[in-house]
Design a protein around this ligand. Sequence first.
Ligand code: PMV
Length: 339
Amino acid sequence: MSERNFPSKSVRAVAGTNIALVKYWGKRDAALNLPATGSLSLTLADFGSETTVRFASDAAGADGRDRVLFGGAPAEPRFAGRVQRFLDLVRDLASIELPAEVRTTNSVPTAAGLASSAAGFAALALAATRAAGLHLSPTELSALARRGSGSAARSIFGGFVEMAAGTRADGADAVARTIAGEDFWDVRLCVAITATGEKAIGSTPAMDLTARTSPYYPAWLAAVPADLDEARAAVRGRDLARLGAVAERSATRMHACALAADPSILYWNPATLAAIATVKELRAGGTAAYFTIDAGPHLKVLCAAADAPTVEAALAATPGVVRLLTLAPGPGARIVSEG
Ligand code: PMV
């Protein structure tokens, strides 16, 4: 493509974050960000990233590199570097060398175990490829988004989504797909935020440490395929008790595996435990509620839409819970403006 004639357009995309009910924890290839196992998640509405990308010779910052703005201000160097490396992949695909300007805003608290990178790289993959003149299929976008963050591959799709580990060395089959759309089942995820600020250790170094040092890692890997079969069947049968049981088991096994790393990885705080106790009390009282926990101290509680007010009230009364958000299933990544 001749850069002189390159039609510089600004493309804005949005993507919702997603929460895994069967967790991804461990990579089979670090360079290509290939997961060691499959995973299964729910993409969420109204809680994600909006990203605008424009490739143009005047788009570079003072340092000559891509200009990356986060929430209207220059992004911190580590985040900007991650975005610039991702844009290099897009430039390679589109055979262009132009710098880009990237403007991102997040409605997810960043790096707090709420999967801000999932929504961020899904929105970036879509906006950047379109701005570079490419039209990738959702499956191709999923493989590309995965290079930014493993969980981002799932946010390309809406509703209940399954990510395949794949077997190919190039990762072309390590992609996600929707198994039930966002209107299939009226569930909610009540997110109990139990701390402010950044998580103790990022998911990539934590997965690497777990894989290298946790004696439970092989057992974790061996358990995931059966959990995936169970979760897929539970979603298709709209069986909340069955899905909730596998979600809790997957999360607690993931954390147990990380806890056994050397040095130990512990994401939970006292409020995490208090919120787990609340979920168990809700269940004992007849409300079907089931928790999952990511690489952070927050609890995400799965329940039927009709039970969300009861679940919210119980979590709000739990010591140490600082904020509550209730989220519905949402669509996959999409373009909101182009031109
Ligand atoms: O995609 P990453 O590198 O942010 O890792 C995601 C890890 C977990 O959130 C803990 C699990 C998951 O499947 O989303």
